[in-house]
Design a protein around this ligand. Structure first.
Ligand SMILES: NC(=O)c1ccc[n+]([C@@H]2O[C@H](COP(=O)([O-])OP(=O)(O)OC[C@H]3O[C@@H](n4cnc5c(N)ncnc54)[C@H](OP(=O)(O)O)[C@@H]3O)[C@@H](O)[C@H]2O)c1
Length: 305
């Protein structure tokens, strides 16, 4: 029987190859912004970066509406749970609120954030919504023409235009920064969370959701060359069914057996698998990649009827 014997590679010395340090994945002294971090996938991602030592700036739609709470306590009530059980993480958890459905609010929040927290290294735009039923408990799924203009406008604002507002502020601030000696060598990265359904004709995702998520793919392609000049990379990730957040809604849970039939791998993706992919871009380990979209969907490129 042949045996594989590990042979020491003279070119590999600890974490250095050819004398150059391999980018390690430590987040100590680095800051990542996560939008839509209050729950679901965003919360899963934010907790992992806190565990890796990052300073996390967590975004939520609005602070707690409890009138008894002071503004900082009201924000803490929405995002404080992200640091639960992680030693020392509460000191590295910051937050801000902005309703992406209100035109201009996300842009203004990022303008203020960039003025008060200049050391941001990475941003994950994860917040997102879909066509919910009136009670907010389920997703309204119908043929494309069943969605009216207001439903389309609402989701385009939340899922795409609010992201553009923030990207506009990031481009301005980081473009200016790149002129200063301190920041000239700094590498930064952005990931937009689209959806595997964005460009696929499937019956499951509502048309306004797919349309707004497809816009993110174009943002990435358009902005990549411009931002590259400022040493900023921007990529999209397009998850299929991930076992967190929206997929835990009762109506989606009810369809799980049917949905699984359309996924060649026969399972949903684990939030950890999604994190590894997002972190590849945001940690700088894939720093030469920009303007790309990476799909994680277990091979389900078309979930058809
Ligand atoms: N789960 C999946 O399988 C899957 C697959 C593909 C893509 N995605 C995408 O991944 C992202 C996260 O999905 P999820 O499953 O974790 O969804 P989720 O559990 O519904 O979480 C959505 C997040 O977005 C925030 N959000 C929604 N509307 C907002 C608004 N108007 N202003 C500001 N924030 C708002 C929510 O904040 P509040 O808590 O304050 O409402 C929440 O933090 C979304 O962009 C989704 O499209 C998910």
């Amino acid at each position: 029987m042949a045996m594989l014997i590990p042979t020491p590679d003279p070119m590999i010395d600890g974490l250095a190859v050819h004398g150059r340090a391999i980018a390690d994945r430590t987040w100590t002294d680095r800051t990542v912004v996560v939008t839509g971090a209050s729950r679901g996938i965003g919360a899963e991602m934010a907790r992992r970066w806190l565990a890796l030592g990052a300073t996390v700036i967590a975004h939520c739609r609005h602070p707690s509406l409890d009138a008894e709470l002071s503004p900082p306590a009201a924000l803490q009530a929405r995002i404080g749970h992200l640091a639960d059980g992680l030693h020392g993480a509460e000191d590295r958890l910051l937050g801000f609120a902005a309703d992406a459905a209100v035109p201009g609010q996300m842009g203004e929040a990022f303008r203020q954030l960039l003025a008060s927290a200049p050391g941001i290294d990475a941003v994950l735009f994860n917040h997102g919504s879909t066509t919910f039923t009136a009670d907010g408990e389920n997703i309204l799924i119908g043929p494309p023409s069943s969605y009216d203009g207001e439903q389309m406008r609402h989701l385009v604002q939340i899922n795409a235009l609010s992201v553009w507002e923030a990207l506009h502020e990031l481009g301005r601030a980081w473009g200016r920064d790149s002129q200063t000696a301190d920041n000239a060598r700094r590498r930064r990265s952005i990931v937009l969370e689209s959806s595997s359904g964005a460009l696929n004709p499937n019956v499951f995702d509502p048309a306004p959701y797919k349309t707004s998520k497809a816009m993110l793919l174009h943002f990435v392609r358009d902005l990549a060359p411009e931002l590259a000049r400022y040493r900023v990379s921007i990529n999209a990730i397009s998850p299929g069914m991930i076992d967190a957040g929206l997929t835990h809604l009762p109506c989606v849970e009810a369809m799980r057996p049917q949905i699984l039939k359309g996924i060649p791998m026969g399972r949903y993706g684990d939030p950890e698998e999604l994190f590894e992919t997002v972190d590849l871009f945001l940690s700088g380990r894939a720093a030469f990649s920009t303007g790309n979209n990476l799909t994680l969907n277990g091979g389900a490129y078309v979930i058809s009827q």
